[in-house]
Design a protein around this ligand. Structure first.
Ligand SMILES: *[C@@H]1O[C@H](CO)[C@@H](O)[C@H](O)[C@H]1NC(C)=O
Ligand SMILES: *[C@@H]1O[C@H](CO)[C@@H](O)[C@H](O)[C@H]1NC(C)=O
Ligand SMILES: *[C@@H]1O[C@H](CO)[C@@H](O)[C@H](O)[C@H]1NC(C)=O
Ligand SMILES: CC(=O)N[C@H]1CO[C@H](CO)[C@@H](O)[C@@H]1O
Length: 687
């Protein structure tokens, strides 16, 4: 920049006179110096340094022919026509020799004037000098050229090339930057409370005032002005409303500016703002006594949420002010919702703008969602709606095929934890258990071998394994069946299935039950030396189906006997059923049943008889379980139950018998189910 500036100056100098800023220093030398000066010569120099400085001249060398009063040859130094010095001589012994003390001009300009006469016998050289800019102390009035008034009305600071004015406390600098006037107002009143009054109050206000007062407290507070009763601001014209001359003006952001004058105190002014401005103005004429006010601040108030049903606001007070916190929660059974989003807790603060920093949430009633479905059962609403809090539902099983275990709670209430809860505080829904031993009424005394065909639903637990070697089983739950080991021994469960729910093996609406597991009693001895069973001890097996069968009128389980049922009783009648042989070894397509009687001892055909079996037959009607009936049930009405709802228990499984069925003297043998209750229970529980 400096260089460019210089170049421009030089170019300018060629064309015209350079009007650059004068240099801060320089050298001035007479013509021909250091050769002797020429005679009869006059030469003039105009020296200049920048404005705001004084110019100072220092001689390096002066050698001018001396004469009294430097009458003939001399160098004159002038400042604006005023002679600062007239010099001649060669050294300090000469009277008019300038010496080594520099010459300081009052301003920034200096003129030099050299004059010689017609002789220079001693070859004097004239002079060479150095000039420089010296900062003026403008503040010291004596040094300021032709100015009698001090530059500042109060305080003056000298600066390099200039000066600054300042005012004493209580005064302020006017726009001329020199004059100090009485300071009124000024500063910012930021304390929460304070008093402000006009200058000299309660004495009359000075004239020509323009005072500015700013009250600015922190956001969140509002200012209230309380003007004292003594209030008088001159009003020139009685009718004049605008307080044209003397006035106190109050400006509140967002509101129309108010001007006050006359004799009546404005009293209390609730500004509602945290920052306001007062301007007090007096003219050069007139008289105002002045005014005084005390201001106070109040915290901003936020809207009161009020009482909302199901909403709890803490603390609950009549007024909420800036910086107050409230917590919002819901009554039991309701949840806090922020729009569509549920929130755990809510807190908000009253902000400085008089608004809560978060919009208040809502409380919505909770719900427990759709109740879980119950297999083989259903649920219905008892009270309430939309599964909301305190709704009550009730489960029930598909009667009469399924039922709950007795004494179980089946009513649930939607509780505050949003779960369906029973009276005993349980969330678990009990399963619907198959009801065993029920059928449509059996007329006792029918036949199996030579027996009567069963009606549909009479022996709904009867299952048939349809294969070359047919055998039967009895459903004992919705997924387990019981049968004789000798029927299933060696069968692969993956290819085995049963049919049920029909009374004719060719019925197409039979229920197919695929087996998943065949569990033969571990102590059943399968095959003897000659390839035939050695004996039929522990002739019992359990079959687990791959799926639970849906129970209905035609397919239902039979009950297991109870331990308390007691031993075999001579002469007790039971019912045996099956799709087995009929007279003459022909196969029956029909489900037949008939009554058999228990005996204490029967012909054993040379095979061992154990306590795990018993024999039964009907030597009158020739009824007997037969080949193909193997695995089928011998069932009895349960003991000790009222006849109206007697359930049927399977106490025997058709096990083995004489080669010819239905022979009067030969009875069939049945596995005594009662001996295996623990094994059955355990096996069913563990598989
Ligand atoms: C010039 O100065 C000398 C003295 O230095 C004086 O004798 C002489 O008269 C002067 N000449 C004129 C023309 O004044
Ligand atoms: C206003 O100030 C006066 C005293 O100057 C006082 O008596 C009065 O109670 C104040 N009013 C309020 C609202 O502060
Ligand atoms: C099988 O027989 C053994 C020996 O008599 C006996 O300890 C075991 O309990 C029997 N198993 C079952 C399941 O009854
Ligand atoms: C010390 C010195 O140089 N003095 C001289 C001063 O000048 C006068 C003549 O002007 C001489 O005579 C002095 O010798």
């Amino acid at each position: 920049m400096g260089e460019i500036h210089l170049i421009i100056c030089l170019v300018w100098a060629f064309v015209n006179v350079c009007n650059c800023e004068p240099l801060m220093f320089g050298e001035v030398t007479s013509l021909r110096y250091p050769q002797p000066y020429s005679t009869d010569h006059q030469e003039k120099w105009d020296l200049e340094v920048p404005q705001g400085y004084q110019i100072q001249l220092t001689f390096n060398h002066l050698d001018i022919e001396p004469s009294p009063n430097c009458y003939y040859d001399f160098l004159m130094v002038l400042s604006s026509e005023k002679v600062l010095g007239k010099f001649c001589g060669r050294n300090s012994t000469d009277t008019f020799y300038p010496g080594h003390k520099p010459i300081l001009a009052p301003g920034n300009r200096l003129q030099l004037f050299l004059q010689t006469n017609d002789s220079n016998h001693e070859s004097h050289l004239a002079f060479t000098a150095f000039y420089q800019a010296i900062d003026i102390d403008e503040c010291s009035s004596t040094s300021v050229e032709s100015k009698t008034d001090p530059p500042c009305s109060q305080i003056c600071f000298n600066t390099l090339g200039s000066y600054l004015c300042a005012c004493h406390h209580g005064f302020q600098l006017k726009s001329d930057q020199r004059t100090c006037i009485l300071d009124c107002g000024g500063g910012v009143y930021s304390k929460p409370e304070g008093t402000i009054f006009s200058p000299r109050y309660p004495d009359p206000s000075p004239l020509d005032l323009h005072c500015l007062y700013i009250i600015s407290v922190q956001p969140g507070f509002t200012v209230t002005l309380n003007f004292s009763q003594t209030f008088q601001i001159e009003q020139v014209y009685e009718q004049e409303q605008a307080c044209l001359f003397h006035s106190l003006q109050v400006s509140i952001p967002g509101k129309e500016t108010q001007k006050f004058c006359r004799n009546k105190s404005p009293g209390i002014l609730n500004t509602g703002a945290h920052s306001i401005q007062l301007e007090y103005h007096t003219e050069r004429h007139g008289q105002s006594q002045g005014w005084s006010l005390h201001y106070t601040t109040q915290r901003v108030e936020c809207p009161n949420p009020g009482r909302i049903s199901n909403v709890r606001v803490t603390p609950y007070v009549p007024q909420y002010l800036y910086r107050d916190y409230i917590q919002v929660s819901c009554e039991t059974g309701y949840k806090l919702m922020m729009g569509e989003k549920e929130i755990k807790s809510f807190m908000t603060m009253c902000q400085s703008n008089g608004q809560w920093h978060l919009t208040l949430p809502e409380c919505k009633i909770i719900d427990c969602g759709n109740p879980k479905s119950l297999q083989n059962g259903a649920v219905k609403a008892i009270s309430g709606s939309n599964n909301q809090y305190l709704s009550v539902i009730e489960y029930h099983c598909n009667e009469p095929y399924y039922s709950f275990d007795k004494n179980l709670q089946v009513r649930y209430t939607c509780t505050r934890d949003r779960k369906w809860t029973s009276v005993d505080n349980n969330h678990i829904i009990p399963p619907c258990l198959p009801v065993c031993g029920m059928n449509i009424d059996i007329t006792a005394g029918g036949r199996v071998y030579g027996g009567k065909p069963a009606k549909l639903g009479q022996i709904p637990w009867q299952l048939l394994h349809k294969s070359n070697q047919r055998y039967s089983a009895s459903l004992i739950s919705d997924s387990w069946a019981i049968t004789a080991a000798n029927g299933v021994d060696g069968y692969d469960h993956t290819t085995t299935y049963f049919i049920g729910g029909v009374i004719h093996e060719k019925h197409t609406d039979s229920v197919i039950l695929k087996t998943k597991k065949i569990i033969i009693h571990p102590n059943y001895t399968r095959v003897g030396k000659d390839g035939h069973p050695v004996n039929f001890d522990h002739d019992i097996a359990l079959i687990k189906m791959s799926d639970s069968v849906t129970l209905g009128p035609n397919i239902r389980p039979v009950c297991l006997p109870k331990k308390s049922d007691g031993p075999v009783m001579e002469g007790k009648m039971g019912t045996v059923s099956g799709f087995g042989g009929i007279r003459g070894n022909a196969k029956s397509n029909l489900l037949l049943y008939g009554g058999v009687r228990e005996y204490f001892s029967c012909d054993t055909f040379g095979l061992p008889v154990t306590d795990n079996m018993f024999c039964a037959g009907n030597d009158i009607d020739g009824i007997d379980g037969c080949k193909g009936d193997s695995g089928g049930p011998l069932f009895y009405p349960a003991l000790g139950e009222a006849s109206a709802d007697q359930r049927y228990e399977v106490r025997g499984i058709v096990s083995w018998g004489p080669p010819k069925c239905g022979h009067e003297s030969f009875k069939g043998y049945y596995t005594k189910v009662q001996n295996y209750l623990d094994w059955i229970k355990e096996t069913m529980a563990n598989n």
